[in-house]
Structure formats: structure tokens, C-alpha cells
Design a protein around this ligand. Structure first.
Ligand code: SAH
Ligand code: SF4
Length: 414
């Protein structure tokens, strides 16, 4: 039985209406960096010597207060508010649908503004997972994914494109709007099961659609905005980037972004990982673990999370569990065993519960605490690896010409 509350805002006819802030054709300032805000002010004639002060005002209204109308910016002159509103908006990505799981997990299907070559507006998914002591927002970094991990739903959706920094930050703003996570705003009527914390989004994980290290620069710019102490203020220690193992970018991410790191390991032997996580053919396990050992700032207080999806009869034997703990010896690590989340059309099944327990037991005895991740939001296909948007249905002829592929497109692209 699927118990899903569809709370998509509609106009009464069932037509989705976005998130309250009517979508306009005007470019949005929501999600922009300080540099881009200064440029936007320059473009409407704000003199250079005033821009820094004006940027600070906008920054605070957008990222501390979460306003969606220039009229609310009470310390900005009326004249400037009018000029801003004439050219720009504070729109968030448009909500196509919003679903709330019986366990309080929320999933938004979001539509992004079309860019140059795009025939259809791309769609992405963002998921919010409340627990009693934290609220985790799982955000997407790409529309689809160039990689083709065989157990991942997103992997069946070819890459449409990288997200821009503002589209990544926009997911955070949108989520804070919808769960009432701005100063003075109220949680939605169905706001049961929100965490017992001041801020309802305490953690961010880059575990939605896409391989974030194939969009490193944009993801980094977005996380700089998310971590900014005068704005959204999500500490870098509460931001985790998950990668399938883009080895050459791991060290750079650590140096330049300094967030926590998660590795989608899923297999302890190269022959199996080559199948499950095909990027392994390019960067095999030994190279991946070497990059992990060298990750900046690693300590027992700052461990790397190794994700391991439990696939029935594939990677879930006791021998695999023992090999896993041997492999990770010497790396400050956490292990997350993820019960496989099925999706329509998959050939894999989730390991039996007893098998998962036996596997977890070996891992526990090696000193890793409570490693099994409870699946969340399965009823709304919001759990790890279940995300996939309709953008997958774009025909090849509607996508950008192959010659324009992003320079960091992965090896899995057909
Ligand atoms: N591309 C990045 C981040 C997105 S995937 C990466 O691969 O790490 C987020 C996590 O969900 C990864 O660990 C991924 O391996 C896992 N995952 C993918 N499909 C899954 C599924 N069907 N069930 C459980 N976990 C899955
Ligand atoms: Fe892409 Fe991650 Fe899915 Fe692999 S697991 S296909 S890298 S989103």
C-alpha cells in the first residue's frame, strides 16, 4: 500500500502552481553568489561604490530571511526595490509535484528554467529526510547521470546537463520554503515528523541525482553559498558529498570545498565493482582508497563514509563483509550498509534481513557502529537510487548535440 500525501500546490483544478512565488520569465537572484549579485546590481545601474553594501543587504534577505518578494526588503530604498523587481525575480525552481511519505520524508520534483538549446525544461528531484535530531536535505547536482551503475535508477537516465550553482542552491531555498524553515515562518499543516531542532534542515548530502564531482565547480560554488556564515550557514562538517569514485577530483574537492566525503563502494573486488559501479574500470578500488587515505583533514572525528548497497546474492556474503573491513583498515571510516531500494525494471533484489544482520555483525565486530541505514521514503520512490525524473524521456535528438558534451562527462556515457 502506498500511503502518500500529495501536497502539490494547485490552483484548485489540479494544475500544479509552483511554490507560491509565481514563476516569472525574469531571471532570479535567489541562489546567486555575491559576485553575481554585484553584477546584477551593476546591470541595473547601481553605482560600484554602493554595490558591496547592497549585496550584503540582498544576501541577508535572500539567505537569512528567505524573502520571495523585493517588497519585503525594508532597508532597501523603494526606488531600488522597484528597479530590482522590474528586472529580476526571487523565484525558486518550479514545483511539479510534492510528495510526503508516511515516514515524513518529502520529495519534490522540480522543473528548472529552460536554457538555450533545451526543448523541454529539465526536471530534478530533491528529498528531505527528517529524523528526531536532524533534518537532512538530499540534493541533486546533475539532471540524470553519465554513469551507469547497474543498481541505480538515476543511472538509467542519461545525462541531460549539469546544474548551475543557483539551481543547486535553489533546491535548499525551495525546501526551506516548503518546510517553513525561515525565521518566523510556520511549518506546513502536515508538518508532523519534523525534527526537534531549531533549524529543520541541519545537514546537506549531495546524494541526489548525478555525480557531483563531474560538476565540481558549480557544486563547489553552491556549497560556498550554503556554508556562508552570514547566510544559509550550513557548516561544512554537515555537508557530505557522495561520489562513485572520480579519483582525480577527490583531493581537489577536499582542498577546495572541505566538506565531508562519502564513497559509493558497494563491492570489495574489482571484477564485481566493474559491473556495479562501472567507473571502477577507469579508477579501480586500490586507486580510490589511496585517494581516500590522502583526503585532507581526515581524522577519527572526520571520517569518510563508505556506502555499501546490499544486493541479494551479489555482494552480501560473510566473505565480502570480512574483505570490506580488511580493505578499509587504516582509513578513518564509517560504513553505511544501504538496503537496496528497488525500482521498476531492476533485476536486483535487496538482501534478506538475516543476511544484512550477519553482514552488519562482522562490520560491527570490526568496530564500526550501527551501520545499517534505514530506508526512508520508499513509498514515494524517494530513497537512495530511486530518483529519476521525466527528463529521461527526452529523445536523443532533443538533447544537446553530442559535440557539446561537458568536458568532464564520465566514461559511462553511451
Ligand atoms: N552519484 C553519487 C551520488 C548520488 S547516488 C554516488 O554515486 O555516490 C547516492 C547513493 O545512493 C550512492 O551511494 C548510490 O550508490 C546509492 N544508490 C544508488 N542506487 C541505489 C539503490 N537502488 N538502492 C540503494 N542505494 C542506491
Ligand atoms: Fe550516477 Fe551515483 Fe547513480 Fe552511479 S549511483 S548512476 S554515479 S547517481
Amino acid at each position: 500500500m502506498v500511503l502518500v500525501l500529495d501536497t502539490t500546490p494547485t490552483d484548485g483544478t489540479g494544475t500544479p502552481q509552483g511554490n507560491g512565488a509565481a514563476q516569472t520569465a525574469k531571471p532570479s537572484l535567489a541562489g546567486l553568489s555575491r559576485v553575481r549579485l554585484a553584477e546584477a546590481l551593476g546591470a541595473i545601474g547601481v553605482p560600484e561604490k554602493q554595490r558591496r553594501m547592497r549585496v550584503n543587504q540582498l544576501w541577508s534577505w535572500i539567505y537569512v530571511r528567505g524573502v520571495t518578494s523585493f517588497d519585503d526588503m525594508s532597508d532597501v530604498s523603494k526606488d531600488l526595490r522597484a528597479r530590482l523587481a522590474a528586472t529580476y525575480s526571487l523565484d525558486r525552481p518550479e514545483i511539479v509535484s510534492e510528495q510526503v511519505s508516511v515516514d515524513g520524508t518529502r520529495k519534490w520534483l522540480l522543473r528548472l528554467p529552460k536554457r538555450g538549446h533545451e526543448v523541454n525544461a529539465p526536471e530534478i528531484e530533491t528529498v528531505y529526510i527528517p529524523e528526531s535530531d536532524r533534518g537532512t536535505l538530499c540534493i541533486s547536482s546533475q539532471v540524470g547521470c553519465t554513469l551507469t551503475c547497474t543498481f541505480c535508477h538515476t543511472g538509467t537516465q542519461r545525462l541531460v546537463r549539469n546544474l548551475e550553482p543557483e539551481e543547486i542552491v535553489g533546491q535548499i531555498l525551495l525546501a526551506r520554503d516548503r518546510i517553513g524553515d525561515w525565521p518566523g515562518s510556520t511549518p506546513p499543516g502536515d508538518g508532523r515528523l519534523l525534527p526537534d531542532t531549531d533549524r529543520k534542515i541541519t545537514n546537506i548530502v549531495l546524494m541526489g541525482m548525478g555525480e557531483p564531482l563531474y560538476n565540481l565547480d558549480n557544486v563547489k560554488d553552491a556549497m560556498e553559498i550554503a556554508a556562508d556564515g552570514d547566510g544559509l550557514s550550513v557548516s561544512r562538517r554537515r555537508i557530505t558529498l557522495s561520489t562513485s569514485g572520480v579519483v582525480p577530483e577527490i583531493g581537489r574537492w577536499g582542498e577546495e570545498a572541505g566538506t565531508m566525503l562519502a564513497i559509493s563502494l558497494h563491492a570489495v573486488r574489482d571484477d564485481l565493482r566493474d559491473i556495479l559501479v562501472p567507473i571502477n574500470k577507469r579508477y579501480p578500488i586500490a586507486e580510490l582508497l589511496e585517494a581516500c587515505r590522502n583526503y585532507p583533514g581526515l581524522s577519527n572525528a572526520r571520517r569518510i563514509t563508505f556506502e555499501y548497497v546490499m544486493l541479494k546474492g551479489v555482494n552480501d556474503s560473510i566473505a565480502d563483509a570480512k574483505a570490506l573491513v580488511r580493505l578499509l583498515a587504516g582509513i578513518p571510516a564509517k560504513i553505511n550498509l544501504i538496503p537496496f531500494n528497488p525500482w521498476p525494471g531492476t533485476d536486483y533484489a535487496c538482501s534478506d534481513w538475516e543476511t544484512i544482520e550477519a553482514f552488519a555483525d562482522v562490520v560491527n565486530r570490526a568496530g564500526y557502529a550501527s551501520p545499517v541505514r534505514t530506508p526512508r521514503g520508499r513509498d514515494i520512490l524517494a530513497a537512495c537510487g530511486q530518483l529519476k525524473s521525466e527528463s529521461a524521456r527526452l529523445r536523443a535528438s532533443e538533447r544537446k548535440p553530442s559535440g557539446e558534451a561537458h568536458p568532464t562527462d564520465g566514461p559511462g556515457e553511451a
